[in-house]
Ligand binder design. Structure first.
Ligand code: CTP
Length: 410
């Protein structure tokens, strides 16, 4: 995925064992389409060599403000002017303290101070021992740096290089990449709470068997990620899938349709947008046997009665909050044929303002998809693309409609 195509990132590195993760991050940034200029403090070069970072970024690394390669001798100005963002990873406690005071006694701190604040955002990925992270001085610095306009990313938690366990280690490279990609997305849903259902449901027949379907959950997870990237608070109610939770998203794991309904109803009162991407089983066995159903030797299959599951989308779409316009509901339709016809009929049946149609067999388990958006005004195709790219387009479409939907009457 070329999520950072056209972006020029200055990757600043300060002294810390997490420099080894920055090498992987540099590679990931380049893979995502960014050009990366590495700037290292003297302390960072004690942990990893500039040669490694040059090879990974494919550019000479800067370590000194006295660098002779710059014709005007102003590396701190030239480097920051070209950047779409400066990301300091790892950012040591000492470097944060330095930034806070506007000190500028080496190239990296000088460049940060000299950056045009309006156009070149500064992101910090802290990395330090848990005691250093928890220290009131560090926490005070984090707060003040945020107030000064820096984006201070989260820290990871767990085992640390020093042998202690707690908060303060640097996020993993894939997490930093996800955060940086999210940072660049337009914040179209800021202030909104988006509730998403995703994946299949599993309806137990007995303790070892059940009814489910081929939904992978990828589309719903992509929608949750895109909503978070757009600045929304996101709750993802997920059926049984083995996908990683998108960063910053609150996930509630469920199995059956009834559990999915309950979790959705619990989150719905604070939600402003509901996106039902789950492939909910329409039916469940009348009874789930407490013990495994055994063959009785007669050759006859057991008799399984079925009851209809609750319709989660219809339940929320017919709630008073949806009727008053406080909850904007979006349905999905997985069809095998006549997509426009079925999606149009389903939108009316489910009483939702927007229905997203796709061809089930062509999308289940795949990394890409094609969507058909159906609303009262007609239908609009979103051409085949990766699920995350489509999810971002869908979120943009929903954001436009929600603005119109919730705008006070003239
Ligand atoms: N849905 C739901 N709860 C159900 C069934 C469906 O919330 N019990 C939601 C799905 O998440 C999706 C939409 O309703 O957003 C369409 O689901 P689908 O199963 O395709 O449609 P059905 O109404 O079940 O119609 P049919 O099976 O006839 O295609």
């Amino acid at each position: 995925m070329n999520d950072l195509a056209g972006k020029h990132i200055v990757l600043g590195m300060t002294g810390g064992i997490a420099c080894y993760k920055a090498a992987d991050l540099c590679r990931a940034l380049v893979k995502a389409g960014a050009t990366v200029q590495v700037v290292m403090t003297e302390a960072a070069t004690q942990f990893i060599t500039p040669v490694t970072m040059q090879a990974l970024s494919n550019r000479p690394v800067y370590t000194s403000q006295w660098d002779q390669r710059e014709a005007n001798s102003m590396a701190h100005i030239n480097l920051s002017r070209q950047a779409h963002a400066i990301l300091i990873a790892p950012c040591s406690a000492d470097f944060m303290a330095k930034l806070l005071h506007g000190r500028a006694d080496d190239l990296l701190s000088l460049m940060c101070l000299a950056r045009p604040m309006e156009s070149v955002p500064l992101l910090l990925a802290p990395a330090m021992n848990r005691e250093m992270w928890a220290h009131p001085a560090t926490q005070r610095n984090v707060e003040q740096l945020r107030a000064d306009g820096c984006t201070v990313l989260d820290v990871g938690s767990g085992e640390q290089a020093c042998g202690e366990t707690g908060d303060g280690r640097m996020l993993e490279s894939h997490e930093l990449l996800e955060d940086l990609i999210a940072f660049f997305q337009p914040k179209r849903l800021r202030g909104q709470h988006v509730l998403v259902t995703a994946g299949p449901t599993y309806e137990a027949i007995d303790p070892v068997r059940g009814i489910t379907n081929l939904s992978s959950g990828k589309m719903g997870f992509a929608v949750a990620r895109a909503a978070h990237e757009a600045g929304a608070q996101v709750t993802l109610v997920a059926g049984p899938v083995a996908l990683a939770t998108p960063r910053g998203v609150r996930r509630v794991d469920v199995k059956s349709a009834q559990e999915m309904l309950q979790a959705s109803v619990e989150s719905a009162p604070s939600a402003s947008i509901f996106i039902a991407a789950a492939a909910v089983a329409d039916w469940r066995p009348q009874q789930s046997a407490a013990q495994k159903i055994k063959k009785d030797g007669s050759g006859q299959p057991p008799e399984l009665g079925f009851v209809e599951n609750p319709d989660i989308l219809a339940t929320l779409a017919q709630s008073p909050r949806a009727a008053s316009g406080a909850l904007y509901c979006v349905g999905f339709a997985a069809e095998s044929h006549d997509l426009l016809e079925h999606a149009t009929a389903k939108r009316i049946k489910k009483r939702v303002p927007l229905l997203v149609g796709n061809i089930g067999p062509a999308t289940f388990g795949q990394d890409d998809n094609a969507l058909l958006l159906v609303d009262a005004a007609g239908a609009q195709e979103l051409a085949r693309n990766t699920k995350i790219a489509l999810a971002r387009q869908l979120i943009a479409e929903i954001a436009t409609r929600v603005t119109i939907h919730t705008a006070p009457a003239p």
